[in-house]
Ligand binder design. Structure first.
Ligand code: CP3
Length: 340
């Protein structure tokens, strides 16, 4: 067993495991060198490239888990939504969902027919990491976050269209969410079959909803997706942001481990989730702060964290301005501070 998987299972470990959301990405010069030559989606869909990028931060920092290089949105493409990445804008859905008919047009192909590039990349990563005992995480977006992107067509601050759609077309909303559960569930299952050591469900935008709306319009579908993921036998991390006030509802929707953003203290999160294993929750911008502040806040996070059943991570993904040296120093510091 690995330190990471032991911590996910709530077992004691010799040092707190460390990995970072979006640890494979644009803050690394060796990543940017590859990125210059290929589009983002080409990189995601070429197993050799995706595997190489997944391994870059492991080689550099000696982290306790790899996260497969991919994104939340490629599954939407397999359903019939046109997706491209625009420089300076981000991902754009060319034909966003506006009407119930648009929902009915969406396909739900099995991932085995459309998205095997990611499971193939997982196999390549495993060939290198299995001898080191480092697991690779597979992941998928939660239905709400995927639906919001499919309806807004791009980034959004308030998710106005999404919320108006779910209030106005509740039956079409249910059909949309069920389709997303099918597609994301199939994708997670294929990643498990390829040998992922754990699965993470990202509901990055769950915080847009009130508790009432979350419980009514999002949680039942997240629960279905997590149940499918757990059928593989792998531990499932349920990550959300902006949900400090209803982490109990998040925990109730499922997951063996709760991924916590930087909002609440881990002490609060532990209480609200009924003592589930936790992952989080250092503010990722702290990696751009002077060491005294980064160190002080790391000490604080470690002091607030549960003693067992805990994985150190940031509260959200690392950003492109992150200095790689800060990631190295922080990783070493957490290991040193928590070594038995
Ligand atoms: O931890 C991980 O690495 C998991 C993979 C992951 C990525 N993005 C990798 C990525 C996950 C879970 C995400 C989240 C994501 N991606 C969301 C949810 C909101 C959030 O931030 O959690 C959404 C809406 C997306 C779609 C998306 N993909 C956006 C908005 C962007 C940024 C576009 C830009 O130009 O700034 C991406 C690109 C992306 N996703 C990159 C990576 C490593 C960078 C790719 C590149 O341009 O090199």
């Amino acid at each position: 067993m690995s330190r990471f998987l032991d911590a996910l299972a709530g077992k004691p470990v010799d040092a707190t495991p460390v990995w970072f959301m979006r640890q494979a990405g644009r803050y690394l010069p060796e990543y940017r060198a590859i990125r210059e030559k290929h589009s983002f989606l080409t990189m995601v869909k070429t197993p050799e490239i995706a595997a190489e990028i997944t391994l870059q931060p492991i080689r550099r920092f000696g982290l306790d888990a790899a996260v497969i290089y991919s994104d939340l949105l490629p599954p939407l493409q397999t359903m019939g939504l046109g997706l491209h990445f625009e420089k300076g804008v981000g991902p754009v859905i060319e034909n966003p969902i506006n009407t119930p008919k648009d929902v009915d047009m969406l396909a739900t192909p099995p991932a085995g027919e459309t998205m095997m590039y990611t499971p193939e990349a997982i196999k390549l990563v495993k060939a290198e990491l299995d001898p080191l005992g480092i697991p690779v995480l597979g992941f998928a977006g939660a239905p709400f976050t995927l639906a919001a992107y499919a309806i807004e067509g791009g980034g959004s601050k308030k998710y106005e269209k999404t919320r108006v759609f779910m209030y106005t077309e509740p039956a079409a909303w249910r059909r949309l969410m069920d389709k997303l559960v099918t597609v994301a569930g199939s994708f997670l299952t294929e990643q498990a079959k390829a040998g992922a050591g754990a699965l993470q469900v990202f509901d990055s935008w769950a915080g847009a909803l009130s508790r009432y709306d979350y419980e009514r319009y999002a949680a039942p579908y997240t629960a279905k997706l997590i149940a499918i993921a757990q059928k593989t036998g792998l531990p499932v991390v349920h990550f959300t942001t902006g949900t400090a006030g209803h982490l109990d509802a998040i925990a109730a929707a499922g997951g063996d481990v709760i991924g916590v953003d930087s909002g609440p203290s881990l002490k609060e999160a532990y209480e609200r989730t009924g003592g589930k294993p936790l992952q989080g929750n250092l503010d990722p911008y702290l990696l751009q702060a002077p060491w005294r502040e980064l160190k002080a806040q790391t000490d604080r996070v470690l002091a607030e964290a549960p003693k067992t059943g805990y994985v150190f991570n940031t509260g959200h993904g690392l950003v492109p301005a992150t200095p790689p040296d800060a990631v190295a120093r922080l990783t070493d510091y957490v290991r040193e501070q928590t070594s038995a």
